[in-house]
Design a protein around this ligand. Sequence first.
Ligand SMILES: NC(=O)c1ccc[n+]([C@@H]2O[C@H](COP(=O)([O-])OP(=O)(O)OC[C@H]3O[C@@H](n4cnc5c(N)ncnc54)[C@H](O)[C@@H]3O)[C@@H](O)[C@H]2O)c1
Length: 283
Amino acid sequence: MSGWQGAGGALPTGVAVVTGAAGGMGSKCAACLARDGWKNLLLCDVDAARLEAVARPLRENGTNVEIIAGDITDPSFIAKIVSAAEARGIGALVHTAGIAPQMGTKERVLAINLDATLALVEAVRPLMTQGSAILLYASTASHIPEAPELEALFENPLPPGGSLSYADRVPGAMEAYKLSKRGVRALVRREARSFGKRGVRLVSISPGIVDTVMTEGEMNDPMRFMIDVAGVQRKGDPVELAEVSAFLVSPRASFITGTDLVVDGGQLAGIEHAEVAMPDLPK
Ligand SMILES: NC(=O)c1ccc[n+]([C@@H]2O[C@H](COP(=O)([O-])OP(=O)(O)OC[C@H]3O[C@@H](n4cnc5c(N)ncnc54)[C@H](O)[C@@H]3O)[C@@H](O)[C@H]2O)c1
């Protein structure tokens, strides 16, 4: 007997927390969770005005939506999320907050995408309810190899000073992006068991090129290449990622933990089997 309780059980108790909820994918994740029956949402982002705009239609449809605005790298913001959720517990955390390489320095990319993710996961650990799940946003970029010694550094727990201790060894923001998301995937593998002992799943998702503010503007050569060689020859729609995210934190995904799900329209597979090498990513 597997001990499996059967598909389609009730949603776990607790609120559903979405970070980056004002963003392209985070806002769609919030909408999909509400549609799937999560009655209490806690939406977080640095952009208060856009958060309010995301919350409004969800509230009109009867979902209880609380918003918290702040910077995820600020420990007091994470503390606010914890105190808003702690009485009810957390049934799902979808952590999409992040920045692209062109949006900040290498230090900022590492701090937001990796250090803040590690801090958030630890902060919510005691709040996660039985059957709940944490979904972290990684990226297909993190599947494209970097220098092996840098990969090893970022796949291990960070030293007390955080990723800043390694920043000198990271050439630029693109490498920082790839390594930060590699660190996120490694965290999921490393901690799945400790969360599992408490009945909680921990999983990551690696989107390919998705149509949000992060990929707007003219496409560069590597982006065009990735789409040309892919199985689905277009950018992903944020809703396509949100649908998978809502599934991954639902009880229907009860055997998925400690792993990364690539949702990229076949872009990585296309790179692997292309007849010519992919153009270098911009620095
Ligand atoms: N768009 C893509 O092609 C793509 C591909 C792979 C991975 N991703 C990842 O998916 C996630 C969502 O990206 P998106 O495309 O929806 O981008 P987006 O910019 O639309 O959304 C990201 C959200 O995070 C918020 N945010 C950024 N820094 C923050 C901070 N310090 N504190 C709090 N909130 C902060 C932003 O305000 C924004 O609303 C990111 O982690 C990104 O790295 C995106």
